[in-house]
Structures are given as structure tokens and as C-alpha cells.
Design a protein around this ligand. Structure first.
Ligand SMILES: Cc1cc2nc3c(=O)[nH]c(=O)nc-3n(C[C@H](O)[C@H](O)[C@H](O)COP(=O)(O)OP(=O)(O)OC[C@H]3O[C@@H](n4cnc5c(N)ncnc54)[C@H](O)[C@@H]3O)c2cc1C
Ligand code: FES
Length: 343
């Protein structure tokens, strides 16, 4: 038994694939030369999220809540790496069909130019790629941690179209990539990057845009702002950038420069810590008064650690605001959290 699965892409393209009994939609698409957005293929990252608009399927119980919440599942959202159809289905894929061609996720080598600890909690990494990586502003790449077979996902913070890449990376104490960057990385080191990946990228700006960044979740927005600086922005674009403590507030000079150079772009910063002397304290959701919500006629982009992303999603639900479009990226850790020992 096999089933016909219609994949409806964001750009209006529909591709119909055949899914065998017991096969996931992700694997069936791969057989059909279609690289659907994916990262872990294990139900952990949420990158392969789509929406099933018709048909029966099983998602199993292997995926985690950070990848797909119960509420999202109840709304018909699916992880294509877990979805096993039991009838013909129609699945919406929130990416352009052109991003899903087989050649999209090539491995490229690059050379480390600079590693700068710009605050105790943030690292700026600059790499020159040996070949073009045609990424969209907001997408990410998997970087192999030198000396290991593990990779970590990082959003480009640099201008699309250039081989000079930059990344803004949280310094996680004891973390595999963090430790390599802080302790071992040297100018001239070679790294391997696989991508570009992800569906969190800036769509054509046709209405006001709200950008909500948490910590190093600022990275993809820096790339989006580079793109807006080049192309222009004739709609209001407002960013609220929230961090935990004063020391985590980085790249503010860069944001000030974007506010000068990108027409209609404004931003404000927010610090959560009680001890902070910052003029705006708390979480991003407590400082939405300048946000161009526009009775929902707004495109919202949200990126940061999973708890921040969940809190903002909850805020919009509670307020009953349904934006025209909502794009988000959770910076989910690749390694499981270390459990506290119970005495
Ligand atoms: C699509 C995507 C894009 C990403 N883009 C970026 C980016 O642009 N910048 C960026 O800084 N990160 C980004 N991340 C997160 C990044 O991939 C790594 O998870 C993070 O940098 C930690 O890697 P590490 O090797 O240093 O630590 P690991 O060895 O992975 O982790 C060590 C320990 O710390 C825990 N841990 C890891 N991260 C955190 C955290 N944030 N808070 C608390 N505990 C943590 C782990 O669970 C583990 O127990 C992204 C993640 C995804 C899924
Ligand atoms: S690719 Fe499906 S959850 Fe990561």
C-alpha cells in the first residue's frame, strides 16, 4: 500500500510524492529528490514542521514538546520526519520549493578569520567560505565542531551573497562548540559548514514587521537588517531585543547603525535581570507598546531560546492577536541538558 502526498510549498508550487506504508513524509520526499527542511530527523529540533490539511497519519510518540507542542499538534501541525501517513494527505510546507532542491544542502569548507569574545556570554565568529553558500537572511548552517563528529546549528548574522560569514554565538560554559571557540580555535583553522537550512528567513516586506530577538537570537536579524539595508524598507520594522543581564547586551552599536541606514527601522533593548540599571527591564512582551501590531496586519519574526519563544507565542495567544504571518526559530540545544544529581 502507498499513499499520494501533496506537498504545498509556500511559493504556490505543489509536488505530489508517493509514500510507502510505514514511511515518513520526509523520507518519501527525499526519495523523490525533494529535500524538505530538516535538521535532526529525530523529532527534536522542529525544523521540519509543516501542517497537514487533509488526510490521516500517525506522528508516534518519539518527538519532544520543544519540536511540536500538543497545542500545535491539535491544530494539525506535523513534523514531517515523524509523520507516517495512513491515507492520501495534503501537507503545507512553510518554505519555497526552490529551497528544497537536492543540491540545496551542500557541505562547504571555510577558514576561521576571527573569534572574538565580545562579552562573557557571546562570541563573534568570522569565517571565509571557500565557495558560495546561497543563504536567505535568517537561515542557518550546521558547523562541524573540529576534532569531533558533532555539528552545531548557527544562524548567519552576515550579509547574504558574501563568502565572508559571521555568526553570533552564545558562550555556553562547558559546551562542545563553545569550548572549542573559546579555548582552541585559531585564525586559519578549517571548518566544514553544511547548509543553508531552515525556513526562518525574511519574506518580502509588504506590511509592518515586528522582530523579537532573545539573546544571541539576534543573529538572524542582523542578516535580515543587512538585507533591508541593501534593498530598502518602505514599511515600519521594529525590533525588541531582550537579554538576561547587562553583559549579554551585544551589537547595540550595530543596531544603532542599522537604525540610521535602514529607513523605517527602529529598535529597543530590554534586560530581564532585577539587578540591571537598564531603563527597560523585564521581558520583551512587557515592552510591546511601540510594536506595529496594526490589528494583526503585521509579519512577526521571533528568535531565541525555546522558553523565550514559547513565552512570546503564549503572549500573542492570550492577547488574541493573530498576525498575518508568524515565523519563529528556537535555538534548541543539540546536546541534552545535564540532569542535576538527586542526593
Ligand atoms: C536552528 C538553530 C539555529 C541556532 N542558531 C544559533 C545561533 O545563531 N547562535 C547561538 O548562540 N546558538 C544557536 N543555536 C544553538 C546552537 O546550535 C548550540 O546548541 C549552542 O551554541 C550550544 O552549543 P555548544 O556545543 O556550545 O554546547 P553543547 O555541548 O551543545 O551543550 C552543553 C550543555 O549546555 C546545554 N545548553 C546548550 N545550549 C544552552 C542554552 N542556550 N542554554 C542553556 N543550556 C544550554 C546543553 O543542553 C548541554 O547540557 C541554534 C540552534 C538551532 C536549532
Ligand atoms: S527534523 Fe524533524 S524535528 Fe528535527
Amino acid at each position: 500500500m502507498s499513499y499520494n502526498i501533496a506537498l504545498n510549498f509556500e511559493d504556490g508550487v505543489t509536488r505530489v510524492i508517493t509514500c510507502n506504508e510505514g514511511e515518513t513524509v520526509l523520507d518519501a520526499a527525499y526519495r523523490a529528490q525533494i529535500n524538505l527542511p530538516m535538521d535532526c530527523s529525530d523529532g527534536v529540533c522542529g525544523t521540519c514542521k509543516g501542517a497537514c490539511r487533509q488526510g490521516q497519519f500517525d506522528l508516534g510518540e518519539e518527538y519532544i514538546d520543544d519540536a511540536l507542542s500538543d497545542e500545535e499538534a491539535a491544530q494539525g501541525m506535523v513534523l514531517t520526519c515523524q509523520m507516517v501517513p495512513s491515507s492520501d494527505c495534503v501537507v503545507e510546507i512553510p518554505a519555497a520549493a526552490s529551497l528544497c532542491s537536492k543540491s540545496a544542502n551542500a557541505a562547504v569548507t571555510g577558514t576561521v578569520d576571527e573569534v572574538n569574545l565580545i562579552s562573557p556570554s557571546a562570541i563573534e565568529l568570522k569565517i571565509t567560505a571557500d565557495a558560495d553558500i546561497g543563504f536567505l537572511p535568517g537561515q542557518y548552517v550546521n558547523i562541524q565542531v573540529p576534532g569531533s563528529d558533532k555539528t552545531r546549528a548557527y544562524s548567519f548574522s552576515s550579509r547574504p551573497g558574501s563568502r565572508e560569514l559571521s555568526f553570533l554565538i552564545r558562550n555556553v560554559p562547558g559546551g562542545l562548540m563553545s569550548s572549542w571557540l573559546v579555548g582552541k580555535a585559531r585564525t586559519g583553522d578549517k571548518v566544514t559548514l553544511t547548509g543553508p537550512m531552515g525556513v526562518f528567513y525574511l519574506r518580502p516586506v509588504e506590511r509592518p514587521v515586528l522582530m523579537l530577538a532573545g539573546g544571541t537570537g539576534l543573529a538572524p536579524f542582523l542578516s535580515m537588517l543587512e538585507s533591508l539595508k541593501e534593498k530598502g524598507c518602505d514599511q515600519p520594522a521594529h525590533m525588541i531585543y531582550g537579554v538576561t543581564g547587562d553583559a549579554d547586551l551585544v551589537c547595540v552599536a550595530a543596531l544603532e547603525a542599522f537604525a540610521e541606514d535602514v529607513e523605517n527601522f527602529t529598535f529597543k533593548t530590554v534586560v530581564a535581570s532585577e539587578e540591571s540599571n537598564h531603563p527597560r527591564k523585564g521581558y520583551v512582551t512587557g515592552h510591546m507598546e511601540d510594536a506595529p501590531i496594526n490589528e494583526g496586519d503585521v509579519d512577526v519574526y521571533l528568535c531565541g531560546p525555546p522558553p523565550m519563544v514559547d513565552a512570546v507565542l503564549g503572549y500573542f495567544r492570550e492577547q488574541g492577536i493573530e498576525p498575518n504571518s508568524f515565523h519563529y526559530e528556537k535555538f534548541a540545544p543539540s546536546a541534552p541538558a545535564v540532569k542535576e544529581k538527586v542526593a
